[in-house]
Design a protein around this ligand. Structure first.
Ligand code: NAD
Length: 442
């Protein structure tokens, strides 16, 4: 697709998300690796293997649009490293998807799978597309074309994709189905995050949010702090942010602000009804303005609730105990780090804090619960789904959540212990844990 044929909304989206995306995530990911390598006796060969992805796949995806025109999209799959097992990681549909973003996300998957101690490597990919502009039929044709192009390089023991931003269980079902048509195999574990009817796992939709809450709980315990009454602002109210909000509330936290890409709302005394807001967003297409009292959700309730509308970026700088970036990379940069008032950042998005911002935050003593630990619950339950598919043995919800809790508790305790003994940040500790596991298997 030539830039001339990009519709206007493409440019608007890029301009809108520009502030969040500007620093190059792959440069940031590489600098994290270099920092970690300096703190450990990393074998130079392993260092070189981690410094570049094993394989990069770029595919052209021509499809017929509903109006008969042919449009060509670009798709990527990056296979970063498979020392610990098959490549594993999500597929993202977003106009900003590109190779450097996919390389960074794949690298973080390698680290994450090592930290959470599952036998997978790191992969990631996606399509540069504004999914909102596609009909259901166009989305399915695009996904099936992507699956056909990826079929030679993915597989249950090779590379196992999963959902990420703007992809979901239905998209995973299409990929499984198309892969099986191409290969002639019955291959449920070729993707995870499928619907239950097509081999998905109980608990997978909630897993990343639930895992984030468990990671926070474990780290707060090591700090001798109680989550009860802590105020929380969440940027990004999609799969991860919306489930996290519910789990944090169960732990006694007070959710005071939530936002999506169009804006959000801030109610200092606490947001009472997350279900009603979700229903309102479903109807109106935005969270801003969804002030809910009973079944009435509109601006007329704003004053009585003591709330106000906020811009997506304002979510991060509110006077709260915990801020949660749960949208995209580079939400916290050197431009806004100084304005962050929370003492804890729970990184549910991948790569939301740039290294420069982190230095500024370290001076203030802000605790960052790093992405590669905080959002590892998703890939943990993806692993459980893969195991269930392999053994043709579905687990009940209790089994899934007990196993998730064990994984998150063990990983958080391990990272916290290394941070304590090495007198380093949780992020540095997490990378040390990952490099140690990779070194043992390399
Ligand atoms: P999603 O598509 O379900 O939701 C993304 C949310 O972010 C939407 O509410 C969107 O409106 C919002 N958003 C986008 N740009 C924004 C902006 N500029 N300001 C505020 N909000 C904005 O995606 P998701 O699956 O919830 O993923 C969110 C993040 O979590 C991503 O970084 C993803 O890589 C990471 N993650 C997801 C999983 C998973 O299991 N889905 C696992 C690990 C990590």
């Amino acid at each position: 697709m030539s830039p001339d044929s990009y519709p206007l909304y493409f440019y608007e989206l890029c301009a809108y998300n520009g502030a969040m995306q500007d620093p190059n995530p792959w440069t940031d990911a590489r600098s994290r690796l270099e920092d970690a390598a300096k703190q450990t006796d990393l074998d130079p060969l392993l260092h070189a293997r981690l410094a570049e992805p094993d394989r990069v796949i770029e595919v052209s995806l021509p499809i017929r649009m509903d109006d008969g025109r042919i449009k060509t999209f670009r798709g990527y799959r990056v296979q970063h490293n498979n020392i610990l097992g098959p490549y594993k990681g999500g597929l993202r549909y977003h106009p900003r998807v590109d190779l450097d973003e996919a390389k960074a996300l794949a690298f973080w998957m390698t680290m994450k799978c090592a930290i959470i101690d599952i036998p997978f490597g790191g992969g990631k990919g996606g399509i540069a597309v504004n999914h909102k502009e596609l009909s259901e039929g166009e989305l399915e044709r695009l996904t099936r074309e992507f699956a056909r192009k990826l079929a030679p390089v993915i597989g249950p023991d090779k590379d196992v994709p999963a959902p990420d931003v703007n992809t979901n269980a239905k998209i995973m079902d299409w990929i499984r189905d198309e892969y099986e048509k191409v290969t002639g195999e019955n291959a449920p574990p070729v993707v995870t995050g499928k619907t239950l009817e097509h081999g998905g796992s109980r608990g997978r939709p909630e897993a990343t949010g639930a895992g984030g809450a468990l990671a926070l709980q474990s780290i707060l315990k090591t700090l001798g702090r109680d989550p009860k009454g802590m105020t929380v602002a969440i940027q990004g109210f999609g799969n991860v942010g919306s489930y996290l909000a519910r789990y944090l509330r169960k732990m006694g936290c007070v959710i005071v602000a939530i936002s999506d890409s169009k804006g959000g709302l801030y109610i200092p005394r606490g947001i009472a009804d997350l279900d009603a807001i979700e229903a309102c967003k479903e109807k109106s297409g935005r969270i801003a303005g969804c002030y809910c009292v009973g079944s009435v959700c509109d601006l007329s309730n704003m004053e009585s609730l003591g709330g106000k509308d906020i811009q997506p970026e304002d979510t991060l700088t509110l006077p709260v105990d915990i801020v949660v970036p749960a949208a995209l990379e580079n939400a916290i940069t050197k431009e806004n780090a100084d304005k962050i008032q929370a003492s804890i950042i729970l990184e549910m998005a991948n790569g939301p804090t740039t290294p420069e911002a982190e230095e500024l935050l370290a001076e203030k003593g802000t605790i960052i619960i790093t992405d590669v630990l905080a959002n590892a619950g998703g890939v943990a339950v993806s692993y459980f789904e893969w195991l269930q598919n392999k053994h043709d043995e579905p687990w009940d919800e209790e089994h899934v959540f007990t196993a998730l809790q064990q994984k998150m508790d063990a990983a958080a305790a391990n990272v916290a212990e290394v941070a304590d003994t090495r007198k380093c940040t949780l992020r540095e500790a997490a990378y040390l844990v990952a490099l140690e596991r990779l070194s043992a298997r390399a």
